[in-house]
Design a protein around this ligand. Structure first.
Ligand code: HEM
Length: 409
């Protein structure tokens, strides 16, 4: 399709609703992924706009509309959640692409495995992994934070929760990566198959037993009056891998770039670690990174827009926390900001079941890192590179510090 054709405005889109906006490459992404979203919050831009990019779709630009679209599966279905729609149609993942009521029993299985009690049980294990990774680099005085820490922690946590051998972490992570952003060395289908072949013996071994690890809970999960099938269990395990790795990795990247560039904020947390949970909430508001979508269920008028059955609506979480109508001066980070609103973890039936685990991994990271390496900055020589996507990221986060300023806590 030529660019000219791509930029055509469908008849049901009013001229003022038409914007040329790429959700995977917001304007200025070379310098800052989040700044470009502000274009959609400029005066005069309608709350619901339509862009011809990525197959053509609507974008809801305000926090309260994101809330509404996420929450209302009767009007906005999860049957397709990835854009462009043509590629989204090819992904069926349990429970993400199911709508209630079918979604509910699968979600119950996930909720029980990721509930605060289940996460508390592994909190000390997460802390041990964090300390081990930090101690590996502390006296080195530098690291690529992405490869040395943020990519390693969540996969090890996943292996611990699933009761899988830690030494298989790298292998499983490579396959999980190939399912979302493969480098072409193995196809998505191949990667899924390899994950399946790898997990099968573990699933078989745990079926019918009363193990409390997450894989046991999934494989023994009940869907109404029947047992979860192997295929369903596998799909759920893969979904967890995909949803729980990149998000935490990428959010840690944004957080550590901010802390490296803002010594005053960093020192507030070093001097007063009790502030870390509030700081984390503000960072979650400021650095939302997930952009997915919903499919319109029927023709309707929605906040001045004529939505047609089958149209896609992008639910870009950056437009929630950065909405100036609910969070004044949204680009500024204020660890003591009160009443912040955001949809960084979504809302409604699909609201992230891993939010508590994510917060735990992030809090422990801040606690243990800042205790040991309180002073650090970005290496001067490498400009940051931002990448858009379903989960936006900073490609590499090179940090440097003086080993003499570190502490063996
Ligand atoms: C900072 C980290 C994270 C962010 C920003 C994040 C964000 C999100 C968002 C926005 C959704 C909603 C998707 C939708 O409405 O279609 C979601 C769903 C989901 N997340 Fe997370 N997530 C994070 C971490 C995690 C972790 C650690 C796990 C698990 C280990 C996880 C597992 C899931 C699953 C399984 C779903 C699908 C739930 C459903 O469809 O019912 N996430 N996440």
């Amino acid at each position: 399709m030529t660019e000219a054709l791509q930029l055509e405005r469908p008849a049901h889109v009013r001229p003022e609703q038409f914007v040329d906006f790429d959700i995977y490459a917001p304007p200025g992404i070379e310098q800052d992924f989040h700044a470009g979203w502000q274009k959609l919050h400029e005066p005069g831009v309608p709350d619901v706009v339509w862009t011809p990019r990525n197959g053509g779709h609507w974008i809801v630009t305000r926090n309260h509309l994101l809330d509404e679209v996420f929450a209302d599966h009767t009007r906005f279905s999860s049957r397709v959640i990835l854009l462009p729609k043509a590629s989204g149609e090819q992904h069926n993942l349990i429970p993400t692409t199911l709508d209630p009521p079918v979604h509910r029993p699968y979600r119950n299985v996930l909720n029980s495995s990721l509930a605060p009690r289940a996460v508390s049980a592994i909190e000390e294990g997460i802390r041990d992994i964090a300390i081990d990774l930090i101690e590996k680099v502390r006296l080195q005085g530098h690291c690529n934070f992405t490869t040395a820490y943020s990519e390693v922690l969540p996969i090890r946590v996943f292996m611990t929760m699933f009761g899988l051998p830690l030494e298989d972490s790298a292998k499983l992570k490579a396959w999980a990566d190939a399912t979302t952003r493969g480098d072409g060395s193995i196809s998505m289908g191949d990667a899924l198959e390899r994950i399946g072949v790898y997990l099968k013996p573990f699933l078989d071994e745990r079926k019918g037993k009363d193990g409390t690890d997450m894989l046991s809970r999934i494989v023994n999960g009940r869907i109404g009056d029947r047992q979860m099938t192997d295929t369903e269990a596998l799909q759920m395990a893969v979904q967890l891998l995909i949803a729980g790795l990149d998000t935490v990795v990428n959010f840690l990247g944004f957080t550590f770039v901010f802390l490296a560039q803002n010594p005053e904020h960093r020192r507030m947390l070093v001097d007063n670690p009790a502030l870390i949970p509030d700081a984390l909430e503000e960072l979650l508001r400021r650095y939302p990174l997930v952009t997915i979508g919903r499919e319109v269920v029927e023709d309707m008028e929605y906040h001045g827009a004529q939505l047609k059955k089958g149209d896609m609506v992008a639910t870009a979480t950056p437009l929630g926390g950065l909405d100036p109508s609910v969070n004044p001066d949204p680009m500024r980070i204020d660890f003591k900001r009160a009443g912040a609103q955001h949809v960084t973890f979504g809302t409604g039936p699909h609201k992230c079941p891993g939010a508590h685990l994510a917060r735990t991994e992030l809090r422990i990271t801040l606690e243990e890192w800042l205790k040991r390496i309180p002073e650090f900055r970005l290496a001067d020589d490498t400009p940051l590179r931002y990448a858009g996507g379903i989960a936006a990221s900073i490609v590499a986060v090179p940090l440097v510090w003086d080993p003499a300023s570190t502490r063996a806590a």
